[in-house]
Design a protein around this ligand. Sequence first.
Ligand code: SF4
Length: 91
Amino acid sequence: VNVDVKLGVNKFHVDEGHPHIVLKDNPDRHELRKLLNACPAGLYKLDDAGNVHFDSAGCLECGTCRVLCGDTLLEKWEYPAGTFGVDFRYG
Ligand code: SF4
């Protein structure tokens, strides 16, 4: 069983309009690239133009992006509110 299949077992409750992680405006692209491979859920993605995009839906709340780049790249890193966020269903 590969990682994508395992991640697909989890459920994520999206708090529409209130992302729990927000990038700073115009984040350093070089720094951002560190997160392409570091986020275990693969939520930092590179487009064809070389820009990194982020969507907090599917976040595992592991804190890796916060530890690696929180001061330089992230405007906000919080745990999701109340009933929102990841619902682990594997293991
Ligand atoms: Fe990815 Fe972990 Fe950051 Fe969530 S907390 S976006 S899973 S690195």
